[in-house]
Ligand binder design. Structure first.
Ligand code: NAD
Length: 279
């Protein structure tokens, strides 16, 4: 059972994509009772994917509206998570509006996957991915904890890793390294945060049906001279449950870690991946 988040305030990063995991997490936490800050990246509407433009999607503002429609308080913030000042702004705007932070979900991620070997990528690509997937998580988590620890009410930090953080994944460059790093950060911080009744856990999704994964299949197809559907078929063949995951299935795992049911769970990484891999 999950739920029971009434009166709690959650920040969810990477929550602005219509098909994204972050939107599903933000909506699920609101369904479970939380007020939610949906953090998106600054991107002009004309850069939205065709499917988002076709439905007049409004990014983080749209997600905040969905949260309000559920009877919770919602707020949208567009911010570049690789920048220290932006992390500090997210915290100060959340505190100004809601007065507290109980849950942080570090979901935003950047991927250049499926295309090139490590020695073929640009240095910029490596640094950009580390800046969002690892430095960005450090910046926002540290700033949130500077409020959460002295507030003394405990809390939850939930990080989104990946199957690529569980095993070496070719042509995943910095993405693979950062997603392994997230698991180490989760374990380290879980020990530091425990005396403050703050738990720190991670979810490692397998292949989930989002824009990011579509792009990865497209990149793999280019590399191997096949089509994206064939690449997807290859991945599903080695997935025991034989299908991609849905964003709401990742959100359910996050909701568990956020709930009172997980009071005695910290430092863990839960695979939500159809059985591939199993450790
Ligand atoms: P997505 O591309 O839809 O979402 C990623 C989000 O991160 C986007 O909203 C994007 O705007 C945001 N982001 C990127 N750079 C940013 C920056 N500098 N500042 C602020 N925000 C920034 O992808 P998704 O599939 O929903 O992925 C969500 C998370 O799940 C990511 O951490 C991803 O690595 C992880 N994941 C996804 C899959 C999958 O199959 N889709 C598998 C394993 C892990």
């Amino acid at each position: 059972m999950s739920g029971g988040l009434e009166g709690k305030v959650a920040i969810v990063t990477g929550a602005a994509r219509h098909r994204g995991i972050g939107r599903a997490i933000a909506v699920r936490l609101a369904e479970d009772g939380a007020d939610v800050v949906a953090v998106g990246s600054p991107r002009p509407p004309e850069s939205f994917p065709e499917a988002e433009r076709a439905i007049g999607w409004k990014g983080a503002t749209g997600v905040a509206g969905e949260i309000e429609a559920l009877g919770r308080r919602g707020m949208a913030i567009d911010a570049d998570l690789s920048k220290k000042e932006e992390a500090e702004r997210i915290v100060s705007e959340t505190i100004a509006r809601f007065g507290r932070i109980d849950i942080l979900v570090n979901n935003a991620g950047l991927a250049y996957c499926g295309e090139r070997n490590l020695w073929e990528i640009d240095d910029k690509e490596w640094y950009d991915v580390v800046d969002v997937n690892l430095n960005g998580v450090y910046l926002l988590t540290s700033r949130v904890m500077r409020h959460m620890v002295p507030a003394g009410h405990g809390g939850r930090i939930i990080n989104i890793s990946s199957s690529a953080g569980r095993m070496g994944a070719p042509q995943y460059g910095a993405y693979c390294a950062t997603k392994w790093g997230i698991i180490g950060l989760t374990q380290m911080l879980a020990i530091e945060a425990a005396p403050h009744r703050i738990t720190v856990n991670a979810v490692a999704p397998g292949s989930v049906d989002t824009d990011m994964m579509d792009a990865t299949f497209g990149n793999m197809a280019t590399r191997f001279g096949a089509d994206a559907a064939a690449m997807k078929g290859l991945v599903l063949r080695v997935t025991p449950l034989g299908r991609q995951g849905r964003p709401d299935e990742i959100a359910a795992a996050v909701a568990y870690f956020a709930s009172a049911d997980a009071d005695w769970v910290t430092g863990q990484t839960l695979n939500v991946n159809g059985g591939n891999p199993m450790n």
